[in-house]
Write a protein that binds this ligand. Sequence first.
Ligand code: PMT
Length: 221
Amino acid sequence: VHKRPLAGRQVVVTAGGTKEAIDPVRYLTNRSSGKMGYALAEAALAAGAEVTLVAATKRPYSPAIHFVYAPSAKEMLSAVQKAMPTADAFIGAAAVSDYALANPFEQKVKKSQPDEHLVLDLIQNPDILKTVGQEKKAGQVVIGFAAETQNLLANAEKKLASKHADMIVANDVTAPQAGFDKDSNQVTLIQEGQEPVSIGPKSKQAVAQDIVAHLVTILDR
Ligand code: PMT
């Protein structure tokens, strides 16, 4: 077996929970720590790839990784689109906010009347995985995640088709040793016309190595 099976390959990974501005001091976000995406970036680097990590959450990373900080979905999309033309693979592990404020406040929001409601008008964000899937060139491999709280495999299969992905990592985020901010994960890999593959529960580093091994197989097909 080749020790650096991704040598000469470029891999783009997204990680973390995006932050959508409410006003200059506040944002909307989610529970993603970035651990899964950073583990994937490190696993791809260890396998010999040139790695671009586009992250909405800051954590330590190997100096050989090309790091781009992209806190919002829009910033993440443009950083990913900049890296994709020369990439061999995309792995979308980020928890991207589906919504952003239609009009973020220019000044810090102040309380007024005691019983006043503050209503935030949210519009849909771009779907980064779907965009990459639609724009993918021959030979490029696109891997997405599906963070689900119910109907895991059915929802993951829908995402495989709707996002034009080659593989979906289905993540039951209600499992005790899996999901947001945990050090371990438990996932099922879904590919068109193949039996689902169950992985874990085990460390996010070990899960990342398995996902990268599947990426190698898909690239070699
Ligand atoms: O970061 P950790 O704390 O380690 O947690 C890991 C994780 C639970 C965040 C990770 O394993 C995971 O499941 N990531 C995907 C989270 C998510 O947003 O899932 P989703 O089912 O909402 O999205 C499906 C896919 O579309 C994902 O690949 C997501 O990156 C992508 N997406 C979603 C919305 C959007 N606007 N753009 C996207 O690219």
